[in-house]
Ligand binder design. Structure first.
Ligand SMILES: C[S@@+](CC[C@H](N)C(=O)[O-])C[C@H]1O[C@@H](n2cnc3c(N)ncnc32)[C@H](O)[C@@H]1O
Length: 512
């Protein structure tokens, strides 16, 4: 594809050679400068012993209000999105132009290509060097690291503008958890750092520092998704990353292109801490805590987790992930017994399944799950996959609650398979089955819940069930107006489907 020539012009910056030392801020100065910027948005950083830095509201925010927006310090598209989306703005476009030098990045316009050139220039040379010497291109995480290093240098050299919310010093304030990181992982990061050094030119790269930066990526970088929460790439957002986790979050993070937008999920009063969910919320307390410990190195003590051990959470957890009681007359669920006798305890009839029998049931359950995930990850949405997934569904129905997460994901997989086969009626049936589980698992204003109602509404509408379509689309509208905002094309598309359905119903009523 033709090169947009102007991008190869050298950067226009007369003072590029001036001393960079005066441009480096101390961490304290960078934090002070950040506080000032945040204050103008009604936000502040405070420190807690348990969590480290926290982001606090200095004023009230109402449900659906945008609290914070931030462009990534650095970002990169996934392999799957490269060539389908613009590397600069992440917009999907049919006629993208490829950088003719490295042939690795694509832009939707010469404006985007020019905007990125200063950052892409060194990366372009590095990619070509890897191609020449290894006949390979760097992976996405490697590319993200290269971009971070090149951007830092360009900001130090004053070739690229820095701001209070976009500079390397605030990236360095993010935790690394290096001391908590396993030896095995550190070795992997060090190997990756060596590769980065080799790609970027070893003289300029400090291996220990890059290893530390990989640790920082692991617990701070965000997956950038489209409106339907399909992953597009990765980005580092040093201010959004100050927001700590809760399993009952009061904010939600979505992306407009690659720009992060944080909205309030509820009324947030002055003085409250902002929280986000870092993980999939539809799992039991133990699973959520395990996931958080493994990736973020903390034990969650949010209000939802703090109920662990109380009756409410045991029942909720057993419905989400607990096995059905083996006693045919009982409708209860089994979860690990916390008492002296090891095994599984029924939450309803109190029957204890001993350790041996418990491990047999768990092995059976594990095998069912293994088959399910193998099928889901194979991406093989053909009739053979459908038959197998339906078999799994029957097996899972014998083992788990109808609202369990396992069945919910199986119903979701079947929904996708039926959609790809254009079997709309079966797709609608499976979509309907997912709704009670979604409603149980996710909070009232969760984007996944809104998206599932949107999918249901479209299927109902397509199959001529106008009243049901209006009901589902109205629920989707109410949720997505809060999580996604009401201005984008995606939301407008939902409104227009809803208006069509409402107009059709009005017309039907006029003629009957
Ligand atoms: C993305 S950072 C959040 C900002 C961080 N607190 C800071 O000081 O910059 C993620 C890290 O914050 C801490 N963290 C986040 N949520 C927490 C929570 N609910 N309880 C305890 N620590 C938490 C953990 O150390 C985690 O690895």
């Amino acid at each position: 594809m033709a090169r947009i020539e102007s991008i190869h012009s050298p950067p226009q910056c007369s003072d590029a050679a001036s001393s960079s030392a005066s441009f480096i801020q101390s961490p304290a100065a960078a934090q002070g400068e950040l506080q000032e910027s945040l204050a103008s948005l009604g936000l502040a950083v405070s420190i807690s012993e348990e969590k480290g830095r926290c982001l606090i509201a200095l004023r009230d925010f109402c449900r659906g209000q945008v609290i914070l927006e931030q462009d990534p310090y650095v970002s990169v598209l996934d392999k799957e999105s490269r060539g389908a989306r613009c590397d600069s703005c992440f917009v999907q476009a049919k006629s993208l132009k490829r950088c003719s030098a490295c042939k690795h990045v694509w832009y939707c316009s010469s404006t985007c290509q020019k905007k990125e050139w200063k950052l892409h220039q060194d990366e372009c040379k590095a990619i070509n060097e890897v191609k020449r010497r290894k006949d390979q291109t760097p992976t996405s995480s490697m590319q993200l690291m290269l971009r971070l290093m090149f951007k830092r240098k360009l900001q130090l050299d004053k070739v690229v503008i820095r701001s209070a919310m976009d500079n390397h010093e605030i990236v360095e304030l993010l935790p690394t958890h290096m001391a908590d990181t396993s030896e095995e992982r550190l070795v992997l990061y060090a190997q990756m750092a060596n590769l980065v050094a080799w790609i970027a030119g070893a003289a300029t790269v400090d291996i220990k520092e890059v290893t530390q930066l990989f640790c920082r990526f692991a617990c701070n970088a965000h997956t950038i998704c489209d409106e339907e929460l399909r992953p597009l790439g990765m980005g580092l957002f040093p201010v959004v990353s100050i927001i700590n986790h809760s399993c009952e979050p009061n904010t939600v993070l979505l992306f407009e292109g690659k720009r992060a937008v944080v909205r309030a999920l509820e009324q947030i009063n002055v003085g409250s801490e902002l929280t986000l969910s870092y993980i999939e919320l539809g799992t039991s307390t133990e699973s959520r805590r395990k996931a958080l410990r493994e990736q973020y190195y903390f034990t969650c003590n949010c209000p939802r987790c703090n109920h662990l051990g109380t009756g409410v959470v045991s029942l909720e957890d057993s419905i989400l992930e607990g096995l059905l009681c083996k006693n045919k007359a009982c409708k209860g669920h089994l979860i690990s017994n916390k008492g002296s006798q090891k095994g599984l305890l029924c939450q309803l009839c109190g029957a204890l399944v001993n350790e041996n029998e418990a491990s047999k049931i768990l092995a059976e359950a594990k095998e069912v799950l293994r088959q399910a995930s193998e099928l889901a990850s194979s991406g093989n949405h053909h009739s053979a996959a459908r038959i197998k997934t339906e078999e799994l569904k029957h097996l899972q129905e014998k083992l788990w609650h109808p609202s369990s997460v396992h069945l919910m994901w199986t119903h979701d997989n079947l929904l996708k398979i039926c959609m790809s086969e254009q079997d709309w009626q079966s797709a609608l049936d499976y979509c309907r089955l997912t709704i009670p589980a979604y409603e149980r698992i996710y909070p009232q204003f969760h984007p996944l819940l809104g998206l599932q109602f949107f999918a249901l509404g479209k299927l109902e509408w397509y199959l001529g069930n106008t009243v049901e379509a209006i009901k589902a689309l109205t629920t989707a509208r109410d949720i997505l107006a809060v999580t996604h905002g009401s201005h984008g094309n995606f939301f407008q598309g939902l409104l227009s489907t809803l208006h069509d359905a409402q107009a059709s119903l009005a017309q039907k009523r006029m003629f009957h």
